[in-house]
Design a protein around this ligand. Structure first.
Ligand code: AMP
Ligand code: MN
Ligand code: MN
Ligand code: MN
Length: 280
């Protein structure tokens, strides 16, 4: 691999649950040596214009990105779209629909937490929200850390915000078919995000790969800051087996919070075809 080439195709800004504004994410990526960046806010395209303008000013490559929340077999999985036309009306309408349920979901989570004596969570979480259309479990988690409920985000999720825990509420996201339809309809490439982080069992994950492939899904995150290093070996095998392109992702949300900084994820196994062959 050309070590001067540094692609990071998954990160977040304050337009979803990141801690930095889009232009600040881009500046940080550039300072960290990134040469091709995708900003992939959850269910939102609102940061792309600002990020692109900043990247162009710095002479850094930039591709449009989004991370779509999908329901798959009673679990949520995340599908990243890359290199699409951000003006595509069907994609925009689809994402608006996915975002639509988030506020009521957050209020219900807050109501559930109130039942165990943790009050004011919705209002508290809103103080962390940069985009009123995009309140997420991350914002709730930051507030719960602030009030001393748990020592860090991972602990809040494990004890309060995942299925079976007191603050969890079921939610219906997009279907896999919808997400791929929107991405492909807008001329983009679809990527399974951090497969090692899903709570699917082996059979569920394999079924996801098969269905994703059948729908024309192109790529998988072999390297992600949101899965452990050893997962890269497993998902490199999956990429070879299914003929998926490979993506490299920090899933950076913010300094001091994310384990992997933007542009600092491990490199891809050299035999895999990187997804950026479709993007540059
Ligand atoms: P939501 O889209 O509202 O379900 O929130 C999902 C977001 O929560 C993810 O994009 C991550 O940023 C964050 N998240 C999920 N699980 C964890 C975890 N175990 N530790 C820290 N953050 C997490
Ligand atoms: Mn997130
Ligand atoms: Mn994700
Ligand atoms: Mn992400």
């Amino acid at each position: 691999m050309n070590t001067a080439f540094n692609a990071d195709l998954h990160c977040h800004s304050t337009v979803s649950d990141g801690l930095l504004a889009p232009a600040d994410v881009v500046r940080r990526a550039h300072a960290n040596g990134v040469t091709l960046l995708a900003l992939t806010d959850h269910d939102e395209l609102g940061g792309l214009a600002e990020a692109r303008a900043e990247a162009e000013g710095l002479g850094m490559g930039f591709v449009n990105g989004v991370e779509i929340s999908v329901s798959w077999r009673d679990q949520s999985v995340h599908i990243v779209g890359l290199g699409f036309d951000a003006d595509n009306a069907a994609l925009q309408a689809g994402l608006a629909q996915v975002r639509g349920g988030r506020d009521a979901r957050a209020q219900r989570m807050s109501d559930e937490l109130a039942k165990i004596g943790i009050r004011g969570v919705y209002e508290g979480a809103l103080r962390y929200v940069g985009n009123p259309a995009l309140v997420s479990r991350s914002h709730i988690a930051r507030y719960l850390v602030e009030i001393g409920i748990a020592r860090d985000l991972a602990n809040v999720f494990d004890h309060y915000l995942v299925r079976g825990k007191p603050g969890f509420v079921e939610h219906e996201w997009a279907s896999l078919e919808e997400a791929l339809g929107w991405i492909h309809g807008a001329g983009g490439v679809a990527v399974i995000a951090h497969p090692g982080r899903t709570r699917l069992d082996k059979a569920g994950l394999e079924a996801l790969f098969v269905r994703f492939k059948a729908l024309g899904g192109e790529a998988i995150e072999v390297v992600s800051g949101s899965q452990c290093g050893a997962d890269a070996l497993s998902y490199a095998r999956v990429a070879r087996q299914y003929g998926f392109l490979a993506s490299r992702a920090s899933d950076f949300h913010g300094p001091g919070e994310s384990a992997v900084d933007v542009g600092r994820a491990e490199i891809l196994p050299p035999d895999l075809t990187p997804v950026w062959v479709r993007l540059v």
